[in-house]
Design a protein around this ligand. Structure first.
Ligand code: EPZ
Length: 418
């Protein structure tokens, strides 16, 4: 397993290009199952989760070619099985359920277990698909789904689930009749998925709002599509320059998808400017405490909570974090305390009292965004921070240590024997 070694205290200066979005690419790549004919994707990030998704597509019967940031998918005769050994490494594999039922009328997908941040149930996915005519049984941990042809339905989600909305949009794209999704998630990645499907001939309206209407069509044709930039990767780099000072230019930054993050970071003393070069981010004085509550989009994204909590550890004053999306998304807090942070956890809230400085220490990554949080903290800590188990990090960040080194961070990757 690899680890990262960071010598803190270097302000960041320079230009970083933001990659394509992991959380847009995963559903969009799996939507290839719906298509007749080949499909090319540009701006696909080169991440573990992307490689896992392409492995799943191959298991399902598609031929995939991955060169740099381009992916070519050739759908073949579909094999509707997503095995546990693969699903357990990436929960988002469950997003093949809707497309398989829409194309083949049957699917055998391992029920995703929970993960470090929570139980992560998929009841909304199944309830919505049942309304469209699917029936499910659970056998040996596998969801066994079948239907004749899915039909349109009016579906009200109990909560604006991102994955649930994505699965149901993909299923409805080829269903007979029209589907109305109420209380749908509004994330930018949902818009990207709907725009991709519309580029293949789907008839989807309302993406980005809480009510999405999908008029089923009989077939979808492959085309070429570029994945949107990754708002969470971009936000992570904003946290890095916020905690270390300096000035970063982010190219391909999805500015419109980051409004809640900008508001919070401006409250903490960051300054942003959109220029021809890209988005310019810098600190205006010292970090100031603030409060944040994670919410479905367009609220503050839960995927940025850990990174901003690291900044709060060095902010003047007391900050309050209220994590309302997942039930166990404070694993990073325990590691930040090892670095000298003053954090008190009570249920889904964390109280962070700013301290004068953090001290480098050996710490352990527990999940993707917790890993990012430890990088943010390590960049500002006095001394050396070692972050172990960074396979979590590699799921969602491409060569982050190279991107940060290029703008002045003293960070390197070392291989560590298991
Ligand atoms: C997506 O996960 C993202 N993953 C997550 O990003 C992100 O944190 C999350 O949305 C929230 O924004 C991908 O897009 C691949 P949800 P997802 O379904 O779809 C509950 C990262 O770091 N729920 O919106 O699994 C669920 O328990 C990852 O990149 C049900 O109860 O999130 C959770 O509390 C982590 N029943 C809440 O809804 C369901 O059927 C939000 O989950 C579905 C969800």
């Amino acid at each position: 397993m690899d680890k990262l070694i960071i010598e803190g205290g270097q302000p960041l200066h320079g230009v970083i290009t933001v990659n394509g979005s992991k959380n847009a690419a995963l559903p969009i790549l799996l939507a290839s199952i719906l298509l007749e004919g080949a499909q090319d994707f540009d701006n696909v990030p080169n991440l573990r989760d992307i490689r896992t998704t392409l492995k799943l597509l191959q298991l399902l019967g598609c031929q995939c070619r991955h060169e740099g940031h381009t992916v070519h998918v050739e759908p073949g005769p579909l094999v509707p099985e997503a095995p546990y050994d693969l699903v357990r490494t990436m929960r988002a594999s469950v997003l093949c359920l809707g497309p398989l039922l829409a194309r083949l009328g049957r699917a055998r997908v391992a029920l995703p277990g929970g993960c470090a941040i929570g139980a992560r149930p998929v009841d909304q996915h199944l309830k919505g698909l049942e309304k469209m005519g699917a029936t499910f049984t659970l056998e040996e941990g596998n969801i066994i789904g079948s239907c004749s042809r899915l039909h349109g339905a009016e579906i009200s989600l109990d909560m604006p689930t991102v994955g649930g909305t994505e699965n149901l949009i993909m299923a409805a794209a080829l269903a007979e009749g029209t589907t109305l999704l109420c209380n749908a998630a509004r994330e930018p990645e949902i818009i990207d998925l709907a725009n991709f499907l519309n580029s293949c001939g789907a008839r989807i309206k309302g993406q980005g709002t809480s009510t999405i209407e999908i008029e089923g069509v009989t077939s979808l044709k492959g085309s070429r599509y570029a994945i949107m930039p990754d708002r969470i990767e971009a936000g992570t780099f904003l946290a890095c320059v916020g905690i270390t000072g300096g000035r970063l230019v982010l190219q391909n930054c999805p500015v419109d998808a980051l409004e809640a993050v900008f508001r919070t970071l401006q409250n903490m003393g960051m300054r942003f400017e959109t220029t021809d070069e890209g988005l310019v981010a810098s600190m205006d004085g010292d970090l100031r405490a603030t409060d944040l509550r994670t919410q479905p989009y367009p609220g503050f994204p839960t995927d940025m909570q850990a990174q901003v909590m690291a900044m709060m550890c060095l902010a003047h004053g007391v900050s309050l974090v209220d994590e309302r999306i997942f039930e166990n998304r404070f694993m990073h807090a325990l590691e930040l305390v090892r670095m000298g942070a003053d954090i008190q956890l009570t249920g889904h809230t964390a109280l962070i009292r700013g301290v004068d400085h953090l001290n480098g220490a050996p710490v352990m990554a527990s999940d993707l965004r917790a890993s990012a949080s430890l990088i943010v903290a390590g960049l500002a800590a006095h001394g050396t921070t070692q972050i172990r188990r960074i396979y979590h990090l590699d799921r969602g960040y491409e060569r982050i240590e190279e991107k940060l080194s290029a703008v002045g961070a003293r960070i390197r990757r070392e291989h560590e024997d298991d």
